[in-house]
Design a protein around this ligand. Structure first.
Ligand code: ATP
Ligand code: MG
Length: 212
């Protein structure tokens, strides 16, 4: 990853995920955040061994990393970081954010992009009050997701509604009910995953017989 440490106003989107596998829902969300929030780049950060996500059929870390690279190859503003993959032991968002702050400096704008489901998970972990000082959040409305829980959480976390909406923005994205869970199910049932993931990702999965 190339890092221009000396441009203080840099706005960086961070898209964390298992990416098991990465799909067009992730890519559309990242691109929409880039556009709507005028970000300079989005960094995709595949998780190492997820500490609180018991996964059946989790593809190997390197496979998930490579699929993320393949999927983002043709976008000049998309990057992939190994920061969580290369970390020894369990990975927590707080450590990743601190690591990115160290790299990009205090002036950079860090925007953590998540689906509205995942933001609830992140903000109900420990150290929430510290996390919200390190970055802003962009919560993508995933189809079918109820936002009332998120609104309640915002009220709990921030005293003023201005601060709450400054820290957590809701981003409407075109309806894309794609999920990795569904893609893995399809592969198990020998169904097509064409057009749900980039062609290169689909080729990689089939070539290596993942998620069978
Ligand atoms: P799984 O079904 O295994 O949970 P997933 O499709 O939710 O996989 P993750 O790797 O868990 O993918 O998600 C990474 C991030 O992308 C999360 O913040 C999640 O909310 C978001 N995300 C996943 N799918 C979509 C989608 N279709 N639209 C918008 N955001 C999404
Ligand atoms: Mg998920």
């Amino acid at each position: 990853m190339t890092i221009d440490k000396n441009s203080p106003g840099t706005k960086i989107g961070i898209m964390g995920g298992t990416f098991n596998p990465i799909h067009h829902g992730h890519l559309v969300t990242a691109q929409e955040a880039l556009d709507q929030f005028k970000l300079d780049r989005v960094i995709f950060i595949p998780t190492g061994d997820p500490p609180h996500k018991i996964e059946d059929g989790l593809a190997g870390t390197e496979a998930r990393y490579l699929m993320t690279v393949i999927a983002t190859l043709y976008n000049r503003n998309f990057y992939v970081s190994r920061i969580e993959i290369d970390r020894v032991g369990e990975s927590y968002t707080i450590d990743t954010l601190k690591g990115l702050r160290k790299i990009y400096g205090r002036e950079a704008g860090l925007y953590f992009i998540t689906g509205a489901d995942a933001i609830l998970e992140i903000l109900t972990w420990k150290k929430t009050s510290e996390i919200v000082t390190l970055c802003k959040f962009i919560a993508a409305t995933r189809p079918g997701h109820d936002l009332s829980q998120l609104e309640d959480l915002k009220k709990q976390l921030f005293p003023s509604s201005e601060e709450a909406s400054n820290k957590i923005s809701i981003m409407e994205i075109p309806a894309l009910a794609i999920s990795s869970t569904d893609i893995r199910k399809r592969l198990k049932n020998m169904r097509s995953i064409d057009y749900l993931v980039p062609e290169g990702v689909s080729n990689y999965i089939l070539k290596h017989g993942l998620y069978k």
